[in-house]
Ligand binder design. Structure first.
Ligand code: GLU
Length: 489
């Protein structure tokens, strides 16, 4: 049992993004599984920022990543803002650590200085392409003589540090995929440190996983092929096989069209979903189903259940498919599950951002009455402003495409009849309004409900899409409802 030592250690998992933009669906699915695994096992969830490429990973993106994790409720035990015993948790603050290890690998013979120029490397690649052999470094600088080194230095060349891959292969047990083997013919010697002294991902990630005592690496399948390199770094650091972290490579997330997830088929930033009124609990619930399942065909999972039920054994190895419709359906369910107060709190910013509410107490009182009639009907919070606008506008206007639907003589006539009848109502509530309109338009004029009510809907709400008509009219009030109908006639 080569992994026994790690298995007996308290679980430590890390989410280690390199935020070169806002975090995406794929990143967050990884973060969620890392978090869920840590919580399920009572272990530690580490959040590490892999920002050695400071040109692409900016402070702004790092802050956005921190905010996104917080918003989703994926709280971490060690990492930015909270610190921890194994920090710092920003790789840009750990450069001296990587430099020390690289120096040790050089002196121990695991790594060597490589003086090849970019042009020389490109020439090697070109020759490999022509000869149809696997691309990769050809080992040119593996055993340079002192004279060769001296002449490269005299030319002013600055070396990179390159890891020596021994002949043979690397085999490890992936917790999701089972035994995986990489033939080193396809894992050429790789760069650890650039000529300017900056570390590369493979060095930093492996050093940190060891130094931070990470026991489980749950991450995307795209990183599977970097595992043999990382294992080589562990070996150079003196770890034996039963001390390596355990790997679990999560399945790819594909778009609806089976193509790799991209902007076109769903891979947009979590900030984008947030702006469009998706709830964090809906995003987490949905992403949890991308590659994992709670069993029994269930699709509704709370964060608490996720932490109770999440095991790596239940993660599939086949790709998951991102389905926007399903995410919307789950979001709608989570919206319906909100308490009235919570729904109000979530809806408010969308209404103020759309300049529909100014914030007076009258408006809030009206909003409190209006929200229950739409809570069942919205899939995202961003749909709310358009639905409730008619209640709050100062200058009422009918939308042009809706107006076109009621410009005929028949509509005009039915609105006249509706107006006459509604004017006579002694009480203004949705039941009375419904009774009056049904008897006038359906029974007496013999119209189809869809046609009759649609015209009234357009007249009072300005749109052919609105919350339930009779409730909307009750909320809008007698005076406004009647004057809007009259206005349209
Ligand atoms: N920083 C890497 C990335 O964002 C992930 C590192 C890892 O999980 O091993 O692609």
């Amino acid at each position: 049992m080569p992994n026994s030592q790690i298995e007996n250690r308290p679980v430590r998992v890390r989410f280690a993004p390199s935020p070169t933009g806002d975090l995406h669906v794929g990143n967050i699915r990884t973060a969620l599984f890392d978090w869920a695994y840590a919580r399920h096992t009572g272990g530690t969830f580490i959040f590490r920022i892999e920002d050695t490429d400071r040109e692409r990973v900016t402070d702004e993106y790092i802050q956005a990543a921190i905010d996104t994790l917080k918003w989703l409720g994926l709280t971490w035990d060690e990492g930015p803002e909270v610190g921890g015993a194994h920090g710092p948790y920003l790789q840009s603050q750990r450069l001296d650590i990587y430099a020390e290890w690289a120096a040790k690998f050089l002196s121990d013979g695991f790594a060597y200085h490589c003086y090849c120029s970019a042009e020389e490397l490109e020439a090697v690649r070109e020759a490999q392409r022509k000869a149809n052999v696997a691309p990769g470094y050809n080992g040119h600088c593996r055993s340079l003589t002192e004279e060769q080194v001296a002449s490269f230095l005299a030319e002013g060349r600055k070396p990179v540090v390159r890891m020596r891959m021994p002949e043979g292969s690397t085999t490890f047990t992936d917790l999701i995929r089972g035994e995986v083997t990489f033939d080193h013919n396809f894992v050429p010697d790789f760069v650890l440190v650039r000529a300017d002294g900056s570390p590369l991902y493979t060095l930093a990630v492996a050093v940190d996983d060891v130094m931070m005592k990470v026991t489980h690496v749950l991450r995307g399948e795209d990183l599977l092929s970097s595992t043999p390199r990382q294992i080589r770094v562990y070996q150079a650091m003196g770890l034996s096989e039963n001390e390596y972290p355990l790997f679990a490579h999560l399945p790819f997330v594909m778009g609806q069209d089976n193509a790799k997830l991209s902007k076109r088929n769903g891979e947009v930033s979590i900030a984008w979903y947030r702006e469009r009124g998706f709830l964090p609990e809906a995003i987490c619930n949905y992403l949890a189903l991308l590659g994992w399942s709670p069993g029994e065909d269930r699709e509704d999972v709370t964060m608490k259940e996720l932490t109770e039920l999440f095991t790596v054994e239940r993660v599939h190895s086949s790709p998951a498919r991102f389905d926007m419709k399903k995410l919307e359906a789950i979001n709608g369910d989570k919206i319906r599950a909100l308490t009235p107060d919570a729904f109000l709190e979530k809806a408010l910013p969308f209404l103020t951002d759309a300049h529909i509410l100014k914030g007076s107490s009258d408006e809030i009182a009206l909003l409190k009455k209006a929200l229950p009639i739409i809570q069942e009907r919205v899939a995202t919070l961003a749909e709310i402003p358009a639905m409730l606008k008619f209640l709050f506008v100062e200058k009422f206007e009918v939308e042009p495409d809706s107006l076109a639907k009621v410009s005929d003589a028949e509509s005009k006539n039915l609105l006249k009849v509706a107006h006459e009848r509604l004017e006579k109502l002694s009480e203004w509530n949705h039941a009375a309004i419904e009774g009056a309109l049904r008897s006038a338009l359906i029974e007496e004029l013999g119209l189809k409900p869809r046609i009759a009510f649609s015209a009234v809907r357009i007249a009072v709400t300005g749109s052919h899409i609105s919350p339930p008509l009779f409730e909307s009219m009750e909320l809008l009030g007698r005076e406004s409802s009647l004057s809007r109908i009259k206005g349209l006639i």
